[in-house]
Design a protein around this ligand. Structure first.
Ligand code: SF4
Ligand code: SF4
Length: 288
């Protein structure tokens, strides 16, 4: 039993797009990147209880009690005014979720689930919670068949991966740019740790999916198509290569004016990879 808690932004009880099969998905609060194109920038930071958003709530959903912001999820009308008020990319609408309560939730729904995925924000910023949760799942007679997945930006050290991998079945990683210069511009950090993570996970046989987010005129995949394709080719053929199309809804900074990726651009990018021998490509099902 573990009382360790995570700061949770959102729990989705059933999802079929966050790993194989039907999965319960936790979106943890907090991220170690500052991507210009982030669709959920309010998941980046942890609330510091400054209280600025409390009087702006039009529905009495927030209060400041003993220096802590308290969110009333019954009164809340999900109007997002507080998210627009916060200047720190935080949210007052988070919860503390314990490993024990998560185990109870999984046990209740186990008949309908294939596994659990931890996403974010950046999941691995709350690594001790993930380690304890996956450990409990794998030790539980009723839950041990569930697969445990992590959706990550790859900014985790090798020692961090070695702590969590024994009970992890698969990882999805975003390769948001090929070169350091582009990665720095788009995410605020260079790419070295992402490549280290991809290589480590590939060697461990745990790289389930590599994601490429195509942003017209911003990402540097096309300029580096030959080296990118060569890198993807040397991964296991069982690793899914997922191409995502940039959409600007939810984006709050300069990237809000960037054009969305069109289907024809995504298909042309995919064909360039296919022409260079990349297989197991997955394209978006819908374009908004
Ligand atoms: S969500 Fe933002 S504005 Fe509201 S209390 Fe937290 S840090 Fe302050
Ligand atoms: S989303 Fe925020 S501002 Fe809107 S009702 Fe809920 S707590 Fe209040």
């Amino acid at each position: 039993m573990s009382n360790r808690c995570a700061t949770l932004n959102k729990l989705i009880p059933f999802s079929c797009v966050d790993g194989p099969g039907n999965r319960q998905v936790l979106f943890l609060q907090g991220c170690n990147l500052r991507c210009l194109n982030c669709h959920n920038p309010y998941t980046m930071a942890l609330c510091d209880d400054c209280g600025d958003c409390v009087p702006t709530c039009p529905h009495g959903g927030l209060s400041l009690i003993a220096g802590k912001v308290v969110w009333d999820n019954i009164a809340c009308q999900q109007c997002d005014t507080c998210l627009q008020t916060c200047t720190k990319n935080a949210s007052p609408m988070t919860k503390q979720l314990s490993v024990d309560s998560m185990i109870q939730s999984l046990t209740k729904n186990v008949a309908f689930l294939n596994g659990v995925t931890i996403s974010g924000g950046e999941a691995t910023t709350q690594l001790p919670f993930i380690i304890d949760l996956f450990n409990e799942i794998k030790q539980s007679p009723t839950l041990s068949h569930l697969t445990c997945f992590i959706d990550s930006n790859g900014h985790l050290s090798s020692s961090g991966w070695h702590k969590v991998l024994p009970n992890t079945d698969g990882v999805m990683i975003d390769l948001k740019a090929w070169g350091n210069e582009c990665a720095l511009k788009l995410t605020g950090r260079d790419n070295q740790k992402v490549f280290d993570s991809i290589n480590l996970l590939a060697q461990a046989g745990k790289l389930y999916e590599l994601r490429l987010l195509f942003i017209p005129n911003q990402t540097d995949y096309l300029e580096n198509i030959d080296v990118l394709a060569a890198f993807l080719r040397q991964l296991s053929s069982s690793t899914r290569i997922k191409i995502n199309a940039f959409q600007n809804h939810g984006v709050t900074n300069e990237a809000a004016s960037w054009p969305a990726a069109k289907q024809v651009e995504i298909e042309s990018f995919a064909q360039l990879l296919r022409d260079r021998g990349v297989t197991n490509l997955h394209l978006p099902n819908v374009y908004l």
